[in-house]
Design a binder for this molecule. Structure first.
Ligand SMILES: Cc1cc2nc3c(=O)[nH]c(=O)nc-3n(C[C@H](O)[C@H](O)[C@H](O)COP(=O)(O)OP(=O)(O)OC[C@H]3O[C@@H](n4cnc5c(N)ncnc54)[C@H](O)[C@@H]3O)c2cc1C
Length: 483
């Protein structure tokens, strides 16, 4: 059935477009609410299916049903809907790809703005690319590769939206060289919570610019971003090196980051098949030479890995950038991609990273992260993280330590609730050691936790919220201002 009604409402199932509150509780009347909307370039969906999809995300842990879903056709559509929402006190959240894991892109009895239709990418001069907020990084990369270039920092998984990662930060293996994705933004077009379309940059309306980047969607919806890119070679050389302890892995990671010899540095743990319940640690480092062949000895000759296990090989850049695609296809085929994902992402200060990681890993079994879970561990240079709202330890180096858990029902893994309690404990442990949450995962948070998270930036965030979203309608699923 064709749901599309430009400027009109559609239920998608033929049902009346009213009463979309939770069962048993009369909801606000969607028809009444949206009756005053001007004609839209996109479409408004008020049906059961659209609401159910918008009440879910990659975590599958939290389900808040919206009144309606705006499939935005333009920034003006978003402005019109946000003006209406602000006027009526109805909450609204942008949704990129819904890959956050704890309801961050949901809006109970509100409006979810599906950004997927705003996915245009336009090559600009001077190595810059202008992309709409709903474009995902794979779409951006496809466009830049035509010019032999790539965004400076790519996330491990490319099917995340530009607006979604810029509102969190956007970290990856190139973050030790270029910071977060937020550090590659030259300019933004946004729609504020008052429904105004604004352009901002480090020099034009910098207050708004800094409130939006890593601002967790609190002040505005990102409708366009102009991003810096870098030249990339057709082929890269990749090294996967094995270690028996996190300390040994981190020691070598520090060395690589200090002299910057690699373009990409990450690390992860894997269950050790030779030791029941044990782990082994992998360094993944990639050289992207623009001319000549990398010198293996110069790159890894002084490292202290278990060299007999080293895997070294060349692969095409696009294959490297999209390296998760085969695993994702596999997990989709087994159904695990749709299992609950109570993820935990922490940023640890260098001085505490060895102790915190060692103590967490000593108490962690492979079952704790589930059959398709992953633990990431890699370094980032603090001075490169310039977005004021991207909270991170104030030491020259920090480590992303992420427990990407799958709570597969029926498996030996902890339940989703147990995993959430575990996340909360580890978050508190990290905080005691000067660590922060990288807030894309699933940690139950109270408003005072958010105040502690933002620390001396809290006053700036609340002032920006008062200025750009005075009705406090935006991104309620983050539970920063709504509790
Ligand atoms: C498989 C997988 C791999 C990942 N890998 C990485 C990684 O390598 N590095 C990394 O940093 N993160 C990674 N993440 C986390 C991811 O970056 C965040 O969860 C991100 O917010 C998801 O993007 P999304 O488009 O799905 O956003 P959504 O989940 O749709 O939204 C997340 C939040 O951003 C807000 N938002 C969305 N779009 C906009 C917009 N246009 N303007 C303003 N606010 C907006 C939403 O309202 C919500 O609050 C990964 C997640 C998954 C599931």
């Amino acid at each position: 059935m064709d749901n599309s009604l430009n400027g009109k409402e559609t239920t998608g199932t033929g049902e009346p477009a009213t009463g979309f509150g939770p069962p048993g509780r009369p909801g606000p009347s969607a028809s009444l609410l949206f009756a005053d909307l001007p004609p839209l370039d996109g479409e408004l969906r008020l049906g059961e299916r659209a609401a159910a999809e918008a009440a879910d995300d990659y975590g599958h842990l939290v389900h808040h049903r919206p009144l309606g879903v705006l499939c935005a056709g333009s920034a003006s559509d978003i402005a019109a809907v946000l003006r209406l929402c602000a006027d009526r006190g109805v909450r609204a959240a942008a949704r990129g790809r819904g890959h956050s894991t704890y309801g961050q892109a949901q809006a109970e009895d509100g409006v979810v703005i599906d950004m997927g239709t705003l996915n245009g990418v336009r090559w600009e001069r001077d190595g810059r690319v202008a992309v709409q907020g709903g474009a995902c990084w794979s779409e951006v990369l496809r466009a830049t590769l035509r010019h032999g270039r790539a965004p400076r920092v790519l996330t491990d998984y490319l099917e995340l939206s530009v607006g979604g990662t810029l509102s969190a930060g956007g970290l990856g293996g190139a973050s030790h060289r270029y910071g977060a994705q937020t550090d590659s933004v030259a300019e933004l077009e946004v729609v504020t919570g008052t429904g105004h379309i604004e352009i901002c940059s480090p020099t034009q309306r910098p207050g708004l610019f800094h409130a939006v980047l890593a601002g967790l969607g609190q002040c505005a919806v990102i409708t366009r971003a102009t991003l810096e890119t870098v030249p990339v070679p057709p082929t890269v050389r990749r090294y996967v090196l094995r270690y028996s302890s996190p300390a040994a892995l981190m020691r070598d990671q520090r060395r690589l980051v200090a002299d910057g010899r690699f373009d990409y540095v990450e690390g992860q743990t894997q269950p050790d098949p030779e030791e029941e319940g044990g782990w082994r640690y992998l360094l993944e480092a990639v050289a992207m030479p623009l001319g000549g062949r990398p010198d293996d000895t110069a790159l890894i000759g002084d490292l202290h890995d278990e060299r007999e296990h080293a895997e070294i090989g060349d692969l095409p850049f696009p294959e490297f950038a999209d390296r998760l695609a085969p695993s994702v296809a596999y997990l989709e085929s087994t159904g695990e991609w749709r299992d609950p994902h109570p993820w935990l992402n922490l940023l640890l200060p260098d001085s505490a990273a060895d102790d915190v990681v060692a103590s967490v890993m000593a108490g962690l079994t492979p079952a704790d992260i589930g059959p398709s879970g992953v633990v990431l561990l890699y370094p980032i240079r603090r001075e490169l993280l310039r977005a004021p709202l991207l909270r991170a330890p104030e030491e020259p180096l920090l480590f992303l330590f992420a427990l990407l858990k799958t709570a597969t029902p029926g498996a030996e893994a902890p339940t989703a609730d147990e995993a959430l309690r575990h996340n909360r404990r580890l978050y508190e442990l990290a905080r005691e050691h000067g660590g922060f949450r990288y807030p894309v995962g699933s940690v139950p948070m109270e408003p005072e936790d958010w105040r502690a998270h933002f620390g001396d930036r809290w006053a700036d965030l609340t002032a920006a919220k008062a200025e750009y979203d005075p009705a406090s309608i935006l991104a309620p699923g983050q539970r920063i201002f709504t509790g």
